[in-house]
Design a protein around this ligand. Structure first.
Ligand code: DX5
Ligand code: ZN
Length: 216
């Protein structure tokens, strides 16, 4: 069963509780939280305070995507705020193994992310340690960008390595996912689809989620 993780980046921040409850009622599986620092990516978004305030409003796992430099420094704060899954970029983590171990030491799920231009090989040594691999299908920083389809072979590669080695990580795709592109991702081996604008830019969130699920 494919999971849908609506990204609240595209939601109405002045009505965050209502937005989250709507996607939860509409069949979302995770709430995807995009944390940006204005350094690693050219945008500033959500910090631990927001994560803490949305935590009691939903039963869904909070999937926290850290697009920040020096993620080690903030892992504990996001755990305390209520994150269930924390993903860090390979590009921001020179000591990736240490960072993944740090996340796991708090008993939350640890994921690694790579940008569209970063090769799958760069995370091969860490695959046995992670609970989730997040593959960016846009350059991180903004919602509403177009899906970069040259990432599709990378999804296949990560899925092939999972099968060959009996690994159990989930493969999550982030960026430009909609009812047209979702099927390409799941056919290549994806299990979790992040969808920001495809869900929150539609009046009826349940219908938006249903349409993505049905398109697969
Ligand atoms: C991009 C973020 C994405 C973004 C996806 O940097 O990581 O999660 O919110 O938005 P859409 O689905 O609109 O491409
Ligand atoms: Zn994201």
């Amino acid at each position: 069963m494919i999971k849908i993780a609506p990204s609240i980046l595209a939601s109405d921040f002045s009505n965050l509780e209502k937005e989250i409850k709507e996607v939860e009622a509409g069949g979302a599986d995770y709430i995807h939280v995009d944390v940006m620092d204005g350094h690693f990516v050219p945008n500033i978004t959500i910090g631990p305070l927001i994560v803490e305030s949305i935590r009691p409003k939903t039963n869904l796992p909070l999937d926290v995507h850290l697009m920040i430099e020096n993620p080690d420094q903030y892992v504990e704060e996001f755990v305390k705020a209520g994150a269930d899954i924390i993903t860090v970029h390979q590009e921001t983590s020179p000591h990736l193994h240490r960072t993944i171990q740090l996340i796991k030491s708090y008993d939350v799920k640890a994921g690694v992310v790579i940008n569209p231009a970063t090769p799958a090989e760069s995370i091969k040594p860490i695959l046995e340690e992670v609970d989730l691999v997040l593959l960016m299908t846009v350059n991180p920083g903004f919602g509403g960008q177009s899906f970069i389809s040259s990432v599709l072979p990378k999804i296949k590669q990560i899925d092939t390595w999972r099968k060959e080695n009996n690994y159990s990580y989930e493969i999550e795709i982030d960026g430009g996912v909609n009812k047209e592109t979702a099927k390409w991702c799941t056919e290549a081996g994806a299990d979790v689809l992040v969808a920001g604008s495809a869900v929150f830019n539609q009046e009826d969130r349940k219908q938006a989620i249903d349409e993505i699920k049905q398109s697969i």
